[in-house]
Design a protein around this ligand. Sequence first.
Ligand code: PEP
Length: 253
Amino acid sequence: MRTKTIAGNWKMNKDFLQTEELIDELKKALSFDLKGVKVIICPPFTSLELAHRLIHGSAIELGAQNMHHEDEGAFTGEVSPTMLKAVGCKYVILGHSERRQYFHESDAFINKKVKKAIAAGLTSIVCFGETLDQREKNITAQVVTAQVRGVLEDIAAENVERLILAYEPVWAIGTGRNATPQQAEEVHVLVRKLLGEMYTASTAERVIIQYGGSVKPENAAELLWQPNVDGALVGGACLKADSFAGIIKAAAR
Ligand code: PEP
């Protein structure tokens, strides 16, 4: 049985004081029975240590939004997996479409990071998804297949089972236009089938595949209760405690 997993990607939002405010509000908003739903927040690097202290004793877990694939060295501006672990991160988002688009991260580069995260004992939330142009050209399946194969290259089944994959159609991110539950389920089925081909059916059954792209309390339930949708990666709606809690509530139904 796959645990419904809701992760909030704060992106480049919330300074130190705002982090404290949002986490305080979120802890209050999460006073209902979570029914085993996993809740992860991914604040910016500058707020990780504070967030770690503030979530102590709550059901909220901590992730980062990116990392470098080396432990240390002359990589100005980068943050390593060991540094993330030292501030209490268990998760790291890798290959987000904004990193692919603005920082030119390729599947091969993301694959290096995923391997490093595994070695460091961090669970990656590995993102993939097609652009609007690719969807309109009817090449979603090919694009998604190539991305999943690329980011998982040479990663053994026992490690893949512990990853989280996040299907995030680029046209749905931050646009207010979510994929329909059927569109999401269709791609999740395709990815699970692909994992079955790359590994085994039992590995494919174990991998958590989140959907991301304009998830909000109003559309969360129908997306989250598709048979192959195991949670959500949430951007905009995680910046308001009530909205994020509303999505979590839909997963805990
Ligand atoms: C995201 O950036 O991962 C995301 C899903 O954003 P939003 O929910 O705002 O579409």
